[in-house]
Design a binder for this molecule. Structure first.
Ligand code: ADP
Ligand code: MG
Length: 620
């Protein structure tokens, strides 16, 4: 987890008043009417409960005189008036509850949309994916989502309104006490503020500690999902690690929740300890009032009004579960803002100079110039100093052992990651100075872990050029060349078959069939303007014959295109016009098949080891 962002000072900055102000500002921007409604709710919930108590005090105070003089007398009228006021005020309190629910749901819907939109926008803004592979950013993402707490971020304004309303109602009660004796009002206020302080601290510390458990909770959620996902079910049953997963999930979740439970304990201990102080203050205040009543310094009405005010004033110091919920709800917005600024850093001078790539690029070459790369948070470099030229309009093959960095090279080439040092150029233009999305539109790729979209076969191919997703003839043409057309057309609903068994009438394909669909998607992109085709182990899922067929048509499929093909099968790679052997973070050997064979280096060695076996398989 990224060190300083969760330091005590940082958390205090995120929480506290600024977060409250920001939530209110967000609400104002999202919906002025609902902000006003919430404001009205705050005022009503501050004033009305105290009004009920005060009116009831008046009722009690007016009963003796009205009883003596009769209901028709002025005293009787006074009693009736006090009763009507107290009932009316009470009626308002009855309406307050449902009103709060209504306001809460309206506000929640609006804020949810607003915050989700911002979250989605922030996460999809970067052209690269470094942020999605960085543990600290992922924690921040989940916190902003409010996924790690039972408290939903969009509830923050209503919880805030309730908390402020209660606090104000306590203040109003202190005010009423202060009208009788100023020092009584102030004394009670001071007592409650004193009590509030240590409890408040517990709540703050808890919210802070919670941030530190984000990683644990994310892992717990991940384990829980693993335990219930169909994909894992096959293996977890056969290998029998289902119980182990659940056990681990429980362990991580318990660890993550431990801070919450610890806080609850500390809160309860705090409340118990403060009980003595509260009791002493309460006894003192009651004695003052009782003394005044005994010495006829106040009317019965005043007495009956002041006593319940003592109880009502406690709202000033009341730290309830609402406050805890509020702290957690409030963390979401600062987290969202932190994520937004992390993912959209202020443009530097270099970044603001977005150079347009010429329409035909790459026309000459792609170049890796002294490229170094390390994954975010990783301990070592994948590339230390990679120099490589990829000529335009030709095929280049990348070979190397597992973990040599072949897939990483594709990610750099497709602008999903930026080099940590050095640069990648397209016809001499530094990729980092161009518009990354514009570059990505020129690239078609079959990733090693290509995606199997649970949607129709047509969509799965159409995603290659989404603006032509309805063009069936383009889709079938791409599929034809990828060898995917026949396999789709025999499906129950042909191109409209959903490729996932999780949907009704959906079907799943075999690994090799999926690979052809992924290839069709890439060719669809090529047909609609992509100029670089990158294939990362494109035949890994195909059988030997399928692979042989693929490479037989490979040159025809890719004629005139800039192609980067990765395969660990050397016998097929030999067809490429240029071959690069990756090892130890650099390009160890570069040349044609013939060049490299004459060099008798690593390539020649690996080629000879594999070629004979592959030929045997093909014949067998
Ligand atoms: N997302 C990632 N975060 C951190 N390290 C990674 C990530 N992806 C790959 N690596 C590491 O980078 C190195 C190169 O991986 P990769 O490019 O997938 O190799 P290849 O495709 O040649 O088998 C490996 O050591 C791998 O563990
Ligand atoms: Mg790989």
């Amino acid at each position: 987890m990224g060190g300083g962002r969760w330091g005590a000072a940082a958390v205090r900055r995120r929480l506290g008043h600024s977060a409250r102000v920001r939530v209110i500002r967000l609400l104002l921007v999202t919906s002025l009417p609902w902000t006003l409604a919430l404001g009205a709710f705050v005022i009503l919930s501050a004033v009305v409960p105290v009004t009920v108590l005060a009116a009831m005090g008046q009722v009690v105070g007016r009963v003796p005189a009205a009883a003596r003089a009769g209901l028709g007398s002025p005293a009787g009228h006074g009693l009736i008036a006090a009763l009507v006021v107290s009932m009316a005020a009470y009626a308002v309190t009855l309406v307050l509850g449902p009103t709060q629910t209504a306001i809460a749901s309206a506000v929640k819907v609006r804020l949810t949309y607003a915050m989700q939109d911002r979250l989605v926008a922030a996460v999809s803004r970067p052209a690269g994916i470094a942020h999605l592979e960085d543990a600290a950013a992922l924690d921040e993402l989940e916190l902003a989502h409010g996924q790690l707490t039972a408290y939903y971020p969009a509830d923050a304004p209503t919880t805030l309104a309730v908390v402020i309303g209660n606090r104000l109602s306590g203040l109003v009660a202190c005010g009423v006490l202060g009208v009788y004796r100023w020092w009584l009002g102030l004394g009670m206020l001071a007592l409650w503020l004193l009590v509030r302080r240590p409890l408040r601290k517990v709540v703050y510390e808890q919210a802070q500690a919670f941030g530190r458990t984000a990683g644990l909770m994310r892992r717990a959620r991940y384990l829980q999902q693993l335990a219930v996902k169909p994909g894992t079910a096959k293996e977890s049953r056969v290998f029998g690690f289902g119980d182990w997963l659940i056990e681990r999930y429980r362990e991580q979740w318990t660890l993550g929740m431990a801070t919450a439970w610890q806080m609850l304990r500390r809160y309860n201990i705090g409340v118990t300890r403060l009980g003595g102080v509260v009791l002493a203050g309460y006894v003192a205040a009651t004695s003052v009032i009782a003394y005044g009543a005994y010495h006829h310094q106040m009317t019965l009405a005043t007495l009956a009004t002041l006593l319940p005010m003592l109880v009502a004033s406690a709202e000033v110091g009341d730290i309830s579960w609402n406050d805890v919920a509020l702290e957690w709800q409030l963390t979401a917005l600062p987290n969202l803002e932190a994520l937004e600024s992390r993912l959209d850093p202020p443009r530097t001078a270099v970044h603001s100079r977005r150079i347009e790539l010429p329409a035909g690029a790459p026309e000459h070459e792609l170049r890796f110039e002294s490229v170094a790369f390390r994954y975010p948070g990783a301990r070592s470099d994948v590339f230390t100093r990679l120099d490589l030229s990829i000529p335009a309009g030709r095929s280049t093959a990348i070979v190397g052992l597992n973990g040599a960095g072949k897939t990483t090279l594709v990610k750099l080439l497709t602008g999903l990651h930026d080099p940590t040092a050095g640069r990648i150029t397209v016809d001499g233009v530094d990729l980092s100075t161009t518009d990354a999305e514009g570059w990505q539109r020129r690239v078609a790729v079959v990733f090693q872990d290509f995606v199997r979209y649970p949607t129709t076969a047509a969509d799965n191919v159409g995603f290659g050029a989404v603006e032509h997703i309805c063009d069936r003839s383009a889709i079938t043409a791409a599929a034809q060349r990828a060898g995917a057309r026949d396999l789709v057309e025999v499906l129950p609903k042909g191109w409209d078959t959903v490729l996932s068994r999780q949907y009704k009438d959906g079907v799943d394909l075999s690994g090799g069939q999926w690979q052809r669909v992924a290839l069709a998607r890439a060719l669809m992109a090529v047909d609609h303007g992509a100029r670089l085709l990158a294939l990362d182990e494109p035949t890994a899922w195909l059988d030997v014959r399928g692979e042989a067929e693929f490479f037989a048509s490979f040159l025809e499929l890719t004629a005139g295109l800039t192609t980067v093909i990765i395969s660990h099968r050397f016998s097929t790679v030999r067809q490429a016009e240029r071959i690069c052997v990756l090892e130890n973070g650099e390009a160890l050997e570069i040349g044609t098949h013939e060049d490299l064979m004459t060099q008798s280096g690593r390539y020649a060695q690996m080629f000879s080891a594999q070629a004979s076996r592959f030929d045997q398989e093909l014949r067998g």
